[in-house]
Design a protein around this ligand. Sequence first.
Ligand SMILES: [Zn+2]
Length: 293
Amino acid sequence: MTKIFLDPGHGGQDPGATGHGLREKDIVLTISRFAREYLEANYPGVSVKMSRTDDRYVSLSQRASDANRWGADVFASIHINAAVSTANGYEDFIFNGNVSNDTHQLQNAIHNKLSPFFPTNRGKKRANFAVLRQTNMPAVLTESGFITNKRDADFLRKTSNLKKLGQAHAKGIADFLGLDKKASVNKKEVKYMDPSSPALRKDFEEKLIRAVRRGIIDNSHVEQYKNGTLEQSNAIALTMLILSQEPSTQVYDAHKEAWEKAEQKGIMNGERPNHPLTRSEFATVANRVGLLD
Ligand SMILES: [Zn+2]
């Protein structure tokens, strides 16, 4: 089980940055929910925990210690920036003290997914933030745009964009962890037997019914065919089976003249030209030609 800890910044009495009618605490919660949803939907063996799942205050130390106690493999703190109105774009942070190579890899993976959403890439940065300093696992803090910038705020106002940002966080984390997407379920496309003309339909049904009478197949396939639920693949298999059991009705040229005469004289009834003759049938034929009188 791979454990991913998502940390939507601020919450409760701490709104985080505000601007253009938006609050950081709301935006980052929405982004985090979308990230969790994407991770859980697309990667097997992943467990996601959030520092908060609603609008409540959680201290910075609490966020870090929750992730540490849970034994998270990755920590991602999700924020929105604020500054003068002209400042805009994306940046992210890792701890500015000693960090593992994995921490750099995590920052790279997240940065590659998030930065393309913003016209300005402010770069991969380092800072002494509490959640980065106090967490034991690779940890990153993202700042997805400036709530104080008109263009960034307009972008963050749309839920569809927050979904993209959430999914980008998820994809970056998945890249870092080397998670494989769930194999898309290969749904078998079922096609049903549906002959194109009434004549073909009737002929096929008659063949099926005859095969039932002869004990080659059971009646369930006829019922399926009648109500349109006989699968094509089964229809093909049934046809092969019936054909293999069905004696040929073809009369070879060398036998044709005699066969037709025998039918005309009533010695043979014109059916089953290639069937072997049984002893009782031979007696019947002998009787018909007067050998027994
Ligand atoms: Zn913040």
